[in-house]
Design a binder for this molecule. Sequence first.
Ligand SMILES: [Zn+2]
Ligand SMILES: [Zn+2]
Length: 277
Amino acid sequence: MSTGYPIDLHTHSIASDGALTPTELIVRAAARGVRIQALSDHDTLLGVVEAVAEGERRGVRVIPATELNTESEWGDVHVLAYFVDPKDDALEVRLRWLRENRGRRLELMVEKLNGLGYAVSIDRVREIAQGGALGRPHLAQALFEAGHVPTYDRAFETLISKDSPAYVSRVGLAPLEAVALVREHGGVPSLAHPGTVEGLERLLPQLVRAGLVGIECYYPSHTPAFTAECLRLSVRYELVATGGSDFHGRGEHGADLGGVFVPPESVASLETHQARR
Ligand SMILES: [Zn+2]
Ligand SMILES: [Zn+2]
């Protein structure tokens, strides 16, 4: 297996919509030379304990994290929460509410698909998720294996992406609420893949006022020009420039574990903010 860069601050396991168990993920990370990795499953910390334990065996330092998806007119605003505590029961209550909303959203999408003549069941979608936080990738997989689409990606493109016939918007946190939630629970929030935000220049100062600490400058789909733009914003708003592969192991994202360069100062700066909280 080819090696990657040693730091990856954005990865997913089957605790949300990734394909690998936390253990498998860390085994793969170690084999690729990753030494510091954040497990950032959507709306859950349930994979963190297993990942930390495997990381201790393999020499990978695992940073507990989660990625909060939000609903607003600002496009896809995802907030990474670093150094949150998997034993924080009050946070778990909030995350469970978000996961339940995910379940209801997927049920509504399945109903729409059935109405459109695509036979697919929520039970099969839940089976594919193996108990993890439900997401559209699980539904795409179910559509693909039922033969409704020729590829997994086509399910997204033609049926379940925004503006597609079976799309249902989520009920959840607004972007500023997500940042505030992370801060309330002692976490360090960073704006994930800023390229999916609509109106970034206008939203970012609001997020900063709400307590945003970082911005994900290093990301597989970023062009060098957009990375430079994000770095410029990180300087202007005194944000930590973070980065990661967003590896899901389902082939829909561009990079493998450790697939993008992330400077060691990223981790050091996030830690400084954690200590300051
Ligand atoms: Zn995301
Ligand atoms: Zn992600």
